[in-house]
Structure formats: C-alpha cells, structure tokens
Design a protein around this ligand. Sequence first.
Ligand code: BGC
Length: 740
Amino acid sequence: MAIQNDREFGIPQSTEEKVSELIQRMNLDEKIGQMSQLQAGCGHIPDHLADDIRHGRVGSVLNEVNVDVVNELQRISIEETRLGIPLLIGRDVIHGFKTVFPIPLGLAASWDPQLIKQTCRISAQEAASCGVNWTFAPMIDISRDPRWGRVAESLGEDPYLCATLGAAMVDGFQGDKLSEKGAIAACAKHFAAYGAAEAGKDYNTVNVPENELRNVYLRPFKKLADSGVASFMTAFCDLNGVPATGNSWLLDDVLRKEWDYRGLLVSDWDSVIELSVHGFTHNDKESACEAVNAGVDMEMASRSYKHHLQQLVDEGRVDLPQIDRMVARILTLKFDLGLFDNPYTSAADYPALVNVDHLEVAQQSAAKSCVLLKNDNQVLPLNADQMSSIAVIGPLADDDYEQLGTWVFDGDPHHSVTCKAAIERLVGDKLDVRYCKGLQTTRSESCEQFSEALELAAQCDATVVVVGEESFMSGEAHSRASIDLPGQQVALIDALAKEGKPLIVVVMAGRPLTIENILDKADSILYAWHPGTMGGPAIADLLFGFQAPSGKLPVTFPRAVGQIPIYYAHKNTGRPVSDVNCLSMADIPERPEQTSLGMASFHLDVNYRPLFPFGYGLSYTCFEYSGIRMARQQVALGGQVEIVADIKNTGHCAGEEVVQLYIRDLVGSVTRPVKELKGFQRVLLQPGEQKTITFTLHTDELAFYGRDMQLNTEPGSFQAWVGGDSDARLMIDFDIYDDE
Ligand code: BGC
C-alpha cells in the first residue's frame, strides 16, 4: 500500500516536504490526474470512474454523499493506484446538509456572525459524516441586482457585511484546523464579480472598472484569502472582456502575486471548456492552455486538462514547474485535511444527522433571519389568549419542500415543519387554526380557491397569508425580469384585506420582491426568505411573540425593477436627488419646459427612495438613538477612530437591535460612496434599558483603492452615523490628519 510505502521512506517533517517528495515520484499523467475533478455516479461507482481513479486520472470527485460509496472511492484511490493519493470529495453544502438553514441571503439578514458560524459548523459535521471533505461555499459575490437568481445564495449587497459573514462561514466549515473531525475545506466563490451580470441574467457579461472591482467586488475575497479559506472557485462570467476562468490578471497578478494566496483554485463546472464558447479560445486545447496559465489548479467536470495538458507541456506552452506548483496546492490541501492519515469515514464518529441540537440552531437562525417590514397598530405579536381562531392561508403556508429554498441537494423535506403545522403545534390548544391554500402555487392564475379563503378569513379573528416564490424561482440560472409576487397572489391579498380582519403577510422568497403593491393592504409584513427546515416554528414564535423579530435587510428593496441596481452605498453624483429637488409625475404641468424639471438624479415615475433601505428591520419594541460622540474628532493617520452612541429600548418588551455604523469619506482621489457600513453590533435591551455602544476603527479600515489603484486612507473630513439602518440620521463629523 502506498501509505506504507511512504512510511518505508521515512516520514518527512513538514507538509511542504511531504508534498515535494510525493511530486518527485509522480509522472506527468498522475499530476494531470490530480488536477481533474469528476462528477460521481450518485450512489454507485460507474466503471469508467473506477477505472479513471485506478489509473491516477482523478484528484477529486464531486456529488457523492453515500458514505459507503465514498469510502469505496477512497479505497480504490488508496489501494489500487500506484501512489495511493486520497480524493477530495466535493459537494455544494450551501445552507445546510440534511438540516437546512435559511438561504444564505436569509442568514445574512440575521447579521449574526456567531450564529452563522454555528450553522456552518453543523453543515460541515453532517456533510463530513457522509465523507464530504470540501464544500463549494461560501458564495461571496456582491449582489446588487435582485433579478439575478443567485442573489439567494449571496450575502447581499455590501462588501463589509459580506466579508464579515463570509469569514464566519469559513470559520464554521473549517474549524480551528482542517484535520479535526467534522471540519471540511471551504471555497470562496465565484472569483470574481459574477453578481454584477448585466441585467441580472445568470452567466451574463460583467463590466466593472478596476477601481470599483477592488473597492467593492474583490473586498470579501481579499478578506477570505487573508483569513485562510482553503480554496477559491472561478466565476463563469466574462470580466471586462476576459472570462474569469482564463483571466491571468485576476487569477495570477491579483490573487497569487498581489495577495499571495496559497490555497487551491478550482474552475466552475465546465467553465474551462466554456472559454471557447465565450469566443476567447478556439477549442478545448486552447482553453486548457489559457486556464492553466492563468492559474486554475483543478478543472471541474470537463476534461480538457486530461486530454490536452500533456501535449501542451510537450509543445512548451505550459511549464512543468507551473504544473508542479498547481499539484502541490492540491496535495497540500489533502495533507491539511488529514486524508493521508485516514481518508475513510465512519458515520458513527459524528453526531446524528438532523438531531435536536441541529434543529434548534435551524430554528434560531430562521427566527433571526426574518425581517419585520411593517407592523401597523402593533397587530403583531398576536395574542392567542385574546383570539379564538386564526386563518392560515397561502400557497407556501404548508409546503415542506418550497420553504427549503435553492441549493438543497441533501435536504429532506420530511424534516421540515411548515407554518401551518407550527402554528397548530404552538397555539392549537387555544385557537381554532383553519387552513386553506387560496392558490395552488405562487404562480397560479386560477382564483377558484379564493372564495374558500375569503370565507375562512371572514370566520376567523386574524389571517396569516404565506406567499412568495417557490424555491426554483431563484438560484442558479433562475433569474427573473419581473420580481413582483407571481401569479394571483396580489389579488388574493387584496381580497383578504377587504375582509377587514388583521392581515399578516409572510413572504418566503429567494430575493427582495417588489411588494409596494401590497404595502397598504397588509397590516404586517414579515419577510422570511426561504427559511429552511425549521422555518415554520421560527415564524410561529415570531407571530405569537415568543420571540421578537430582529433581522435586518442585507439588500435594498426596490419599489420597481427600473430602479435596479439600487444600493445604499451609491455615489453622490454631481446632481444628487433629495426631497427638495425631486419631482413626481403628478407635479409636472401639461406642457413643461425641459429645464423646469428637477435637474437631479432620479426617475420621474417612481419615488427615488427604496421601498426599504439596506439595514432596515422592525422589532416589537422601539429603539431610540442619541448622544453620538467621539473623545477625539481629530485623529492621526494610523490611530484609532472611536465613535460612541447611546441606544435605549423605549417600548414595552425586550428586543434585540442590530446597531450599525456608517461612514462617509467626504472627498477622495476617486469619488466615495455616500455611506459605507463599517461596523455592527447586536444588542439585547430590556424595556427601558439603555446601553452605550462603542465602535473602534483603525484608520486603515477607512482605506480604499484610489486613482493609483493603491490601498490608502486619505486624510480629510469624514462623517459617521450610528443607527438602526442605512438611513440613520444621528451623525458626527471627524477628520483624519497626516502628522508626518
Ligand atoms: C455552480 C457552482 C457550484 C458547481 C458545482 C456550478 O454550476 O456555479 O457554484 O459549486 O456548479 O455544483
């Protein structure tokens, strides 16, 4: 056995030595084999795969989660190959494995890095118990276009939030050490700017100037590279004319040379051979050449490396030392994961799948992800002691599958608890809980079940209607041009509103939807994203006040698709809009002179403000911010900026608030956003309680890439706001000066 052979050679000291010794023993075929990742057979081992592994032509397999099959794959790789190198087993463990947590965009709405880390820890343990040792997560693509289906899989629009939560995810997946039980390698994807696809169409062209790329889209990737994420994945898109998978500036100059990133870089599915579809290369051989020379260590799914690398090396177009460096990164990860010591998995070594502790975290994370957008007359929380019946209506009120959301390869809907089931469980002994769908699916155009729904609503004290979009309407290749509530859902809400009973709308969706048209119909709106396995109990707890909502939007909600991209950290422009200079269609006289119109940056036919700003979310109590102050408002470059403010719970129940710090750099060598998130803290406040919150920033945290593409903090005047969303008004000025 190869492992024993290694022992006969004597155990080298460091991983680096072990890797280089192994590479010296490998022939070119075996090296190219390590650079190939193949699709598994899902529950069995196809003969061709076994054969490829046996001949050393495979470094990694993806999408096999049957532990016996995985162990057999590892056995073939160890015992039946010349060198006995174990396999990386990859899987998209995106927001849970068997226990499904809210979609990443929902998790981001919790603004709770510790909790998110815990969800990833559990996901890693569950996946590892089935032999998976590598997940393709987190996705840290900045997403400012809710038409894009993969916004569901993202952590939202903001580089700071995305970087902070993405790093927490990596910590959760990878643990303290990759070799510890239950740790799996994480993957920062998709490098880079995939979320900026034109028109929000998946896979579409991306054009982002270098300055914007560095200041916005690359920031989370840099943070994860620095915090030790084990791998990166390239993006499908064409970035400024050069597809990301063959983009040597991005992959080599920036990632390897500038950032000194040492981890493994994998392509996306077939993205190497798609270089020719982009029109960037003539054929698969040229694609392999471009991808390898740009630095893509491992090819996912397609086989252009296998078929062409040998010849490319013979022709002198790819260097052997380059191949060795790439293989070294792959082998290093295998050593780091401890696979050379033991590549096999025994499920008995791990906690049971979907156990009560996992479900508890699933419920907590779902509860903290829900964002209360509206709550007129404090209709919520409902008081079960003062009601006798409740109508639970809607196509998503009792659908165990759809509440799981996109990317749930392994999630089992049988574990899901729906809203209807949870409400029955929670208050069924006190209330008559009456249910009907109202619409067959979210897309149904037939209103034939409306009369039943209206009758129920008329008979009950309050109505909860659960609407939204099914899982498949977001996710990869599932973009939408209209992001309204689909089908006849708005008509259903209109009709229910006319019943005059308290109407609570719960929205389950993979993106912000344009819901201005239901705003004045609903008394309360709770945005639950796709909340996962325990979505029902989390929502029921919130509706009946066993917990207060505390989620905050990780993305801006547009009023209309025409406003997209709309995000809080926009630039000021030369003609910024305000309440004073904006117009609405109604203000415009019959035959106006062009120049008499407000000459500002806005649309005539829609209120310029978003429907809900980034960071927004209500609670059952109110928070009052005051007393913003700084011990020093003049701070030397290299020093600490300390901003302090008070927050008080002025309502009658306890609540958690996410206190947010925003900064504006007033003048820069390139224009700066009107506000940028620079910190946040979750605080729990009892009724009447006041706390003092302190944010401390090093002046380096105010750095940005200037006209020279260097990262610097430029001295000058700044503003800081502390508040409960990106519309925060409590502001203080400060200056940074250079005392050199
Ligand atoms: C997606 C990746 C994913 C890969 C493997 C691709 O289609 O873009 O995010 O990790 O498939 O499933």
